[in-house]
Design a protein around this ligand. Structure first.
Ligand SMILES: Cc1cc2nc3c(=O)[nH]c(=O)nc-3n(C[C@H](O)[C@H](O)[C@H](O)COP(=O)(O)OP(=O)(O)OC[C@H]3O[C@@H](n4cnc5c(N)ncnc54)[C@H](O)[C@@H]3O)c2cc1C
Length: 448
């Protein structure tokens, strides 16, 4: 069967390689041109490309199952896999840019897979209401099946399949990548991904990546214009230095910056069903996967894990319904509704409540606790740990926490609250941002 995949991001590349290894012919089309001859890769349209990523355990499991050579190549490139004492993978530490580069190299070498870079897909070619290919560069490319892996930003597929449910979460962030100096050890860590710090009114993380690289991200609710000054290097550096555990990471004899300070784009949670109200595929012959189905904010770093979980389910469905893409779409959509949509709902609840708390609200015991608070409560009540661990590893759906909701509520009802890391509170940080920015302006004016 001839399959066209729209989008050579993580979801598109992963499913394309896996389908080819199951005997299909696959063409992957992407508007991005790929890395240049000098190795530089200006990835337009995927604004998160250079932002901090960490990859959860299901990403490692999916690569091990379908593209073990890519995982091996990532390790050779300096990536590391953090595992639990029982051997389960917890996190793959690698820059997003390196993750995609390796997956792309494997795809480019794969016999039976054609990678068309620098081609914008303008729409679908349809006959008798069914997709029979894609429109690109004024011509078309025939396909028996089109897989839409065009991510969160593609208008073409969104217009065809509908916008779905969800919306912006409001959070804003800045990040920057660094490299450790030779022989320098990383700064303090407190989790498999590196360092996660809940501060008063915002949070900050240091993610470890491949080959001694790491990134530092500060995320806030986006309401205070002074916090937006963080996008300027002197302001960002002053802010990072004001948070003691982060300051250690960027000591001049420990690390040097690899990128400018990168401001983030809009963050949102969205979910899209592929069926019409009568339960039929909206466009027979097209199946969406990855962020195109479900986009979650990076506040929990689950996007690629959700994309690969979908891709693995789609591979099973396409094997079962090899010649019946309508049955495949219906079964896949139902699977997504049961197994992916709950994460979208969970994110929406967690993100909304987190922003409320960042604005000064207390834990709200009049409503069900969001999952992040249930997880945090395990720090006070070890009996919560088995349930929390399964959820955290994405081995159990968010509903698995319902069984321990009452126990977690009891922790908060007794007055316990998640520890707040040392560092300025949000208003203090905003004042610092403003002061540093004003001082820099004065220096520029004085020098002019
Ligand atoms: C700031 C930020 C940080 C994140 N951090 C994490 C993290 O730590 N961990 C994690 O797991 N996830 C994270 N995510 C989410 C993760 O980046 C996404 O889940 C992931 O990119 C989804 O992969 P995808 O292949 O579905 O889509 P994309 O990566 O968006 O790929 C889509 C591809 O389709 C191409 N395309 C789109 N339209 C067309 C068209 N018309 N014609 C041709 N090509 C087209 C694009 O060029 C692109 O290459 C983060 C997201 C953001 C925004």
């Amino acid at each position: 069967m001839h399959t066209v995949v729209v989008g050579a991001g993580p979801a598109g590349l992963f499913i394309a390689i896996a389908l080819v290894r199951r005997g299909r012919h696959v063409v992957v089309v992407d508007r991005d041109r790929g890395p240049g001859r000098d190795g530089a890769w200006l990835r337009r349209g995927v604004m998160q490309f250079d932002h901090a990523h960490t990859f959860r355990g299901p990403v490692v499991e999916a690569l091990e199952a379908e593209v073990p050579d890519a995982l091996a190549a990532m390790r050779s490139a300096g990536a590391t896999v953090e595992t639990a004492p029982d051997g389960a993978p917890l996190a793959l530490r690698i820059r997003r840019m390196m993750f995609e580069r390796v997956l792309r190299d494997v795809a480019a070498r794969e016999p039976g897979l054609t990678l068309l870079s620098g081609h914008h897909v303008d729409g679908l070619r349809r006959e008798a209401g069914r997709a029979v290919g894609i429109v690109l560069d004024g011509g078309h490319l025939a396909a028996e099946l089109v897989i839409d892996a065009s991510g969160r930003a593609s208008r073409v597929m969104r217009d065809l399949l509908g916008a779905g449910e969800g919306g912006p979460c409001g959070a804003a962030y800045v990040s920057r990548q660094y490299r450790l100096m030779d022989a320098a050890a990383a700064g303090p860590v407190n989790s498999p991904v590196g360092l996660s710090l809940g501060l008063a009114g915002y949070f900050a993380v240091a993610f470890l990546h491949d080959g001694g690289t790491f990134s530092i991200t500060i995320t806030h609710d986006g309401t205070d214009p002074r916090m937006r000054l963080l996008r300027h290097r002197p302001v960002y550096e002053a802010a990072v230095r004001a948070i003691p555990a982060l300051a250690d990471w960027i000591e001049p004899d420990r690390a040097r910056p690899l990128t400018p300070v990168l401001p983030g784009g809009r963050l949102y949670n969205s979910y899209r069903s592929q069926l019409d109200p009568a339960g039929r595929p909206r466009v027979p012959g097209v199946i969406a996967v990855g962020d195109s189905v479900c986009t979650t904010t990076p506040l929990a770093g689950r996007g690629v894990a959700l994309a690969f979980l979908q891709a693995r389910a789609l591979l099973d469905v396409l094997t079962t319904h090899r010649d019946d893409e309508v049955a495949a779409t219906v079964e896949f959509d139902r699977w997504c509704h049961r197994n992916i949509r709950p994460w979208f709902v969970d994110h929406t609840h967690c993100d909304g409540d987190r922003l409320r708390r960042w604005a000064g609200g207390d834990v709200d015991l009049t409503r069900p606790l969001p999952s992040d608070l249930v997880v945090a409560a395990a720090g006070a009540d070890p009996a919560l740990r088995p349930a929390v661990t399964a959820y955290d590893r994405m081995a159990a759906l968010p509903s698995s926490l319902d069984a321990v909701q009452d126990r977690a509520r009891a922790v908060y009802a007794a007055g316990w609250r998640p520890p707040v890391a040392a560092g300025p509170a949000r208003d203090e940080l905003a004042r610092l941002c403003h002061a540093v920015s004003s001082r820099e302006c004065d220096l520029v004016v004085a020098g002019a």
